[in-house]
Design a protein around this ligand. Sequence first.
Ligand code: GCV
Length: 681
Amino acid sequence: MNKPYFLTLLIVLLPLVTLFAEDGSQLWLRYQRVAPAVSQQRTIVTKSTDETAKLAVQELADYWVGQDVELKLDAQQKQLKDGFHIQGDSKRITVIAQQPIGLLYGAYRLLQWQQTGKNTADKIELTEIPSFDIRMLNHWDNLDRTVERGYAGHSLWLWDELPHQLSPRYEQYARANASVGINAVVLNNVNASPQILTPSYIHKVKALADLFRRYGIKVYLSANFSSPIVLGGLPDSDPLRPEVQGWWAAKVTEIYAQIPDFGGFLIKANSEGQPGPQDYGRSHAEGANMLADAVKPFGGMIMWRAFVYNPTSEDRAKQAYTEFEPLDGQFRDNVIVQIKNGAIDFQPREPFHPLFGAMKQSNQMVEFQITQEYLGFSNHLVYLAPLFKETLDADTYAHGPVSTVAKMTDGTFRPGFKTAIAGVANIGEDANWTGHHFAQANWYAYGRLAWNHQLSSEDIAEEWIRLSFTNEEAFVAPVKDLMLASRETAVNYMMPLGLHHIFAFDHHYGPEPWGDVAGGRPDWMPWYYHNADVNGVGFDRTASGSNAVAQYHEPVQQQYSDPKTCPETLLLWFHHLPWLHKTQNGNTLWDELCFRYDGGVQEAEAFENTWDQLEKYVDTERFAEVQAKLKIQAQDAVWWKDAVLLYFQTFSNLPIPSSVEKPVHQLEDLQKIKLDLKHHN
Ligand code: GCV
């Protein structure tokens, strides 16, 4: 090919390639614009002049190919909250909402039906009222645009350009959130820089809040408890000191003057080195209430995290409960205690946090981690809805049977109080937003469960696949199976049978059960958690050990206490057992561990084969990118299996069963691996 001809071809083709490049940036919002001929045949109307209602009309006018739609506000329908009622037949659909945002949510539901191949011409009648009032994303984004535990590139927030320039991605982000019902975002890391509360940053935050408002999204900020010292020049930040209270009151007034619907603050206090009320001998409740009083006149909320632990002799899994349970009933109405799903830290599997059963007189909310800090970053395909559901459906028995974590947090037992749920975002500036195309499903699933915690993992996966890829059954069915299996697969190749926190130090990618950092905190070391020795493995949290089981109500306490009744998935979380302990299927513990790791590896390898057979249903870019990541995942699974089994074998002194694939690595080689991964990227 001669050069000029080639160049012409390139110039002609490049725009086309860019136009059709499938980089995943459209997420699950792949609606086709309707042709003018179609749009002339039907009407989309509303009488409301509200910006959000107009947006709802616009979305339907642009993408809805079905019958006429009327969007109707009805202030009488208080019970709908920010949800909607949809009724209609083949000629006309009416979406009724009490608030304009309900109309937008209703519009997105119609588009979702259309996109997933649902027949909207039949008679329709349904009502959706969200499970939680505040459906929140927590960004762990720093002001220098690094993202703590973020694996999808730098932060979306271009602080240097704000408030004057607004990246088009801000609106795309808001739209994606609104399409699944997310209505609150904390913009910055819980390890908060005080700078976020300076006037110049408040202006930047205002620009985002102004943009998100139409999409029903309120902005919140993480605040540093020492801000009165750092920004205000006060000698301390004692929450009972009037000058400190005055400083916060003035700061809050300044924020609300710019952002009248500002949501409030998220606080990490006296946790992992962050300042807090205990620095002055005050309790978490005293700290939270001081801030709650400051935002109260403006309708603001305080999300106060219960993620606290110190390197003391008390089992880390017990410490948040020890600290917070005595404070139950002391928090103001506009404080919500934000509790991680499990008592340690977003492990591949944890039992539900015992605090959910203990804080009956306080508002409490679940914090999930959508970003995969402990689940292979954005390299591993792990669909998290089953993990989220496992916690939400867990029964605390706090008010007798069926006091699930969902019910303990959705207002069932505390009617009239604000309810909330949070997920730590997995979003960054990568073209596909989340690093792995399938990690988009976790953002989607979190939003859908925040909207309706009764949805099944299966239904959410199916929706997402249809929206993001295709309605072809031959694709939907195997991909759904793969997604639904993926969390258990990851548990199997990483930490089966209740093992936990045996990751590489600091960055948490890959296995390091032998990990020991001279002078490091014991509660950050794998040996603290697995306790492997010649006698056995596991953490004894029964009455003969740390007695963490006592933090659960009966009958859960009894069930967890006895290795015969303890769910096998949590066995080594609660028990230190001999290598030759017989598991439920009659295998020894050692053999069962070997089988689980091996099963995890085989499943991860099978994911590759499944995907390979689906090439014809997927665009080339996403196919190849997912294929490459599945390869890494399968290799990592082997790494995990070899590392953990070879290391534990030095204690068990037992052979790996012959039916299990032999390790391909040497323990000494694996122990030399030191990944150069920063704590945040
Ligand atoms: C934001 C874990 C993570 C930290 C995180 C912390 C938290 O310890 O490793 O990166 O800090 O949880 O939730 O506050």
